[in-house]
Design a protein around this ligand. Structure first.
Ligand code: PLP
Length: 419
């Protein structure tokens, strides 16, 4: 790090300031985590220099022996951990994994049935501003207005009416367990492929805290940087019959050379996630999210669908008369990072939103448990009610920031490391 400070003090400053930010506040963004220091070591390694287009044993470049070894380890560990026939660890991100999955399973113009974005789906599930909505024909399913859980009857009705080539489940802001068996049955009834986008919860699957989609899906796409605690990146798991199509859809169809340093980081994360400790972590992530949701409910914020089975809660703030946008900004001032989020049937536009999304992966990595979640819910309850435009509001937010500082000081992230 001293060499970086000499060569580029500005970027060195950014790195130090960011580690300070991550240590000094509460990180409640559901898609984030503190990756392992061992993963950071792999990401900062000379494997970053290596070109390795192709797959192990079938590269378009020389000198790939070590790259092959890293990728073979990552693939084998993914297959073992998830009981999958085949794994592709090359996707650069969750979006890249989804692009490759579409390419493997469908043709442009085909109908794709997936969850609507305002109900929890991801941009890659048919948004008009994304390849998925521009190149494919999206049909969206929703949650029911009363339970706020997936309306499986509507999914089936839409599947029967539109005969999609591909059905997608798995979401960005859906707190409940997904009934993969029902999705499988609907896909079979209409002859569609089933893609489970497990970007958010694959780490919970690794830790055996939620059911695995692998036995039900034709293809599972995921990210490696959320609950799983790996490097930023994507991964695809699939049945043996689809292996070649998936591999070709990643390279050469949608990507060039893989990022070998990231693949080494994925291998490390998959090894660590297979250890018994990770199961304890994943279960605590869920218990913490449940405690956080219950604590927020006690503060007058309504958990959408009544609670959570996963690592995240979606919370409706309309009862407080505070928008998601204001809540996010107020919490930021109190050093609490979370994001505004649309709730199902939200009357507000997405940039304002009526809710917030909170997640427990990062605080659980720090070692916090249910008691701290109740404390965090109380701090959020104070922060969202403070108007920073008034002197008392601003002073109270500064007070909450101090309490946040005292709390995270008891659970230091990356203790003993410099950046
Ligand atoms: N799929 C889902 C369900 C997601 O929530 C996300 C990101 O949050 C992605 C895909 C895309 O992942 P990435 O941001 O790595 O492209």
């Amino acid at each position: 790090f001293a060499a970086l400070e000499r060569a580029d003090p500005e970027i060195a400053h950014v790195l130090l300031a960011e580690v300070d930010r991550q240590r000094a506040g509460l990180q409640l963004i559901a898609s984030e985590n503190y990756t392992w220091p061992e993963v950071l070591a792999a990401l900062g390694s000379t494997l970053a220099n290596k070109y390795a287009e192709g797959y192990p044993g079938r590269r378009y470049y020389g000198g790939c022996a070590e790259a092959d070894h890293a990728e073979e380890l990552a693939v084998q560990r993914a297959r073992d951990l998830f009981g999958a026939d085949h794994a592709n660890v090359q996707p650069h991100s969750g979006t890249a994994a989804n692009l490759a999955a579409y390419a493997a399973l469908a043709e442009p113009g085909d109908t794709v049935l997936a969850m609507e974005l305002p109900h929890g789906g991801h941009l890659t599930h048919g948004s008009r501003v994304n390849f998925s909505g521009k190149w494919f024909h999206p049909v969206g399913y929703r949650v029911t207005p009363n339970t706020e859980e997936i309306d499986y009857d509507e999914v089936r009705d839409l599947a029967l009416a539109h005969h999609p080539k591909l059905i997608i489940c798995g979401a960005t802001a859906y707190p409940r367990a997904i009934d993969f068996a029902t999705f499988r049955a609907i896909a079979d009834e209409v002859g569609a492929y089933l893609l489970v986008d497990a970007a958010h919860f694959i780490g919970l699957v690794a830790g055996r805290a939620v059911p695995s989609p692998v036995p039900y899906a034709d293809v599972v796409t995921c990210t490696t940087h959320k609950v799983l605690r790996g490097p930023r990146g994507g991964m695809i798991l699939c049945r043996a019959e689809l292996a070649e199509r998936v591999d070709r859809a990643v390279f050469p169809f949608s990507q060039g050379s893989p990022m070998m340093h990231a693949i080494a980081g994925k291998a490390v994360a998959l090894r660590l996630a297979a250890l018994p400790d990770f199961q304890g972590y994943a279960r605590q992530v869920v218990r913490n999210a449940q405690a956080l949701a219950a604590g927020l409910a006690a503060e007058g914020m309504r958990p959408v669908s009544g609670g959570t089975d996963t690592h995240l809660a979606l919370v409706d703030l309309t009862g407080l008369g505070v928008t998601g946008r204001d809540a996010e900004a107020r919490c930021d001032l109190a050093r609490i990072s979370l994001n505004k989020n649309a709730i199902p049937y939200d009357p507000q536009r997405p940039a304002v939103a009526s809710g917030i999304r909170v997640g427990s992966p990062s605080v659980t990595t720090q070692g916090m448990r249910e008691g701290e979640m109740r404390q965090i819910a109380g701090l959020i309850g104070v922060a969202v009610r403070c108007d920073p435009g008034t002197a008392p509001g601003a002073a109270r937010l500064a007070g909450v920031a101090d309490e946040v500082g005292a709390l995270v000081g008891r659970f230091p992230a990356y203790a003993g490391q410099e950046a």
